[in-house]
Write a protein that binds this ligand. Structure first.
Ligand SMILES: *Cc1c(COP(=O)(O)O)cnc(C)c1O
Length: 391
C-alpha cells in the first residue's frame, strides 16, 4: 500500500479531527530560510504573530506560544498556576478530559473527576453544585475541555463560567480549546477564562508543533505564587522575552511563518464566517448520519461539535475495519474510536481548511465505505447532506 498522501491519483483525504489539511498557502509561507531567532528580522515576526494570535482567542491579554504539542500546553497551564496538593475539578467528557486529569494527578494535584457517559459535555449545574458545596474554597481550578475530540461534544464554556460566578467561587478556570480554536466561537476575555490551552494542528490549519496558553491577569497573578516545579514551561521568562519579539529558547521559526499566514486567512474570511462555515458543515454531516439510519454520538443538540462528528457503528460491525476499508479503497483517513470507544465509533473531521466539496467528497467516501463493509444503511444519507449544503 502506498503511503497515505503519496498516491498519484488525486489527493489524500485527511479527515481526522487533527492534524488537519494544511492549506497550500500555509505550506508556501513556511518554505523560507530559517532565520536567526535573536536577530531583528525575527523580532518583527515574533511581535507580529504574538499580536495576531490573540484574535481567535478573543483576548487582549498575552498568549504564550510553545514549540510543543498541545499536551505540553496542558502541563504549562497546570504548573504555572497551581501548587502541590491543590484540588482541581474535572469532568469525564471523554478521552482527552481523562488524559488531562491523569496528568494533573501525576503532577501532584488532587483531582475530583466527575464521571460522565462520553456523550455529554461538562454539566454547568454540577459545576455550580460542586463549587457551592466547597465553602472552604479548596478547589483551586476548574478544568474543562471545550471540544472533546474523542466524542464530538462541545461543552458550553460560557454557561460554565456563569455557573462559577453564581457559586461565587474564586477557582481558576482552565479550558482546553485544542480542537475548537479557529473552528467554534470562543471568547477568552468575555468568559473570564484564566488559561486557554490550544494547539496548531487542528482548526489553525498548521502542522503539529506549536501550542498556546492565553492568560488572564488572574492567571499571571496565580503564577507568582504557584509552587509546582516548572522550567521549560515557565511563563515569566517567556513573557519577558516576548516583550521584544523573542523567546528564551529556540522558537519554531518556520511554524511561526505558517501561523502568520493561517491567521491572515482566518482574518480574511472573518472569524464569525469561519465559525458559521464549521457549524453548517457539522449540520450537513449529521444530516448524512441520520439519513444513513445511524446515530450521532453527541446526545444534546446544544453540545454538537462544529469540528467533528462521531458516528456510532451498529454493534455487529467493527468501526476500525470500516476505517481500514475506507483508507485502502478511497485513500481517506477517518478518526478512530479512542479509549473506551475503540471499535465502536469512527470520527469525521470537518474542521480547518475545508469547503462544501471537501465535505461532499468525504461523506461520499464514508457512504461507499459503509456499503462495502456490509453495514445496512440507507444511501439517502449523502443526498440529505447535499440538501443542507444546497439550501
Ligand atoms: C489533540 C488534542 C489534545 C492533544 O494534543 P497533542 O497536540 O496531541 O498533544 C488534547 N486535547 C484535545 C481536546 C485535543 O483535540
Amino acid at each position: 500500500m502506498p503511503l497515505a498522501g503519496s498516491s498519484t491519483g488525486g489527493r489524500h483525504f485527511l479527515q481526522i479531527p487533527g492534524p488537519t489539511n494544511v492549506p497550500d498557502r500555509v505550506l508556501r509561507a513556511m518554505d523560507f530560510p530559517t532565520i536567526d531567532h535573536r536577530g531583528p528580522e525575527f523580532a518583527a515576526l515574533g511581535k507580529e504573530v504574538l499580536e495576531a494570535v490573540k484574535a481567535p482567542f478573543a483576548t487582549t491579554g498575552p498568549v504564550i506560544i510553545y514549540p510543543a504539542s498541545g499536551t505540553g500546553a496542558w502541563e504549562a497551564a497546570l504548573t504555572n498556576t497551581l501548587s502541590p496538593g491543590d484540588k482541581v475539578l474535572c469532568f469525564e467528557t471523554g478521552h482527552f478530559a481523562t488524559l488531562w486529569q491523569e496528568m494533573a494527578g501525576k503532577l501532584g494535584l488532587v483531582v475530583d473527576f466527575v464521571p460522565g457517559d462520553w456523550r455529554h459535555g461538562v454539566p454547568p449545574e454540577v459545576v455550580e453544585e460542586k463549587l457551592t458545596a466547597d465553602t472552604g474554597h479548596e478547589i483551586k481550578a476548574v478544568m474543562a475541555v471545550h471540544n472533546e475530540t474523542s466524542t464530538g461534544v462541545a461543552s458550553r464554556i460560557g454557561e460554565i463560567r456563569d455557573a462559577i460566578d453564581r457559586a461565587g467561587h474564586p477557582a481558576l478556570y482552565l479550558v482546553d480549546t485544542i480542537s475548537s480554536l479557529g473552528s467554534i466561537d470562543y471568547r477568552h476575555d468575555d468568559w473570564k477564562v484564566d488559561v486557554t490551552i490550544s494547539g496548531s494542528q487542528k482548526g489553525l490549519m498548521l502542522p503539529p508543533g506549536l501550542s498556546f496558553n492565553a492568560l488572564s491577569e488572574k492567571a499571571i497573578e496565580a503564577s507568582r505564587t504557584a509552587k509546582l516545579p516548572r522550567s521549560y514551561w515557565d511563563w515569566q521568562p517567556i513573557l519577558a522575552a516576548n516583550a521584544n519579539g523573542f523567546w528564551p529558547y529556540t522558537p519554531g521559526t518556520n511554524l511561526l511563518y505558517g501561523l502568520r499566514e493561517a491567521l491572515k486567512m482566518l482574518h480574511e474570511e472573518g472569524l464569525q464566517n469561519v465559525y458559521a462555515r464549521h457549524a453548517r458543515h457539522a449540520e450537513a454531516t449529521r444530516a448524512a448520519v441520520r439519513g444513513w439510519g445511524l446515530e450521532v454520538l453527541a446526545l444534546d443538540e446544544r453540545e454538537y461539535s462544529g469540528s467533528l462528528t462521531a458516528v456510532l457503528v451498529p454493534e455487529e460491525h467493527d468501526a476500525d475495519a470500516i476505517r481500514k476499508l475506507v483508507l485502502e479503497n478511497y485513500d481517506m483517513s477517518l478518526g478512530s474510536g479512542l479509549g473506551k470507544l475503540a471499535g465502536k465509533i469512527f470520527r469525521i473531521g470537518h474542521l480547518g481548511h475545508f469547503n462544501d466539496l471537501t465535505l461532499a467528497g468525504t461523506l461520499a467516501g464514508v457512504q461507499m465505505g459503509l456499503v462495502r463493509s456490509g453495514v445496512k444503511i440507507d444511501t439517502d444519507g449523502l443526498q440529505a447532506a447535499l440538501e443542507v449544503l444546497q439550501s
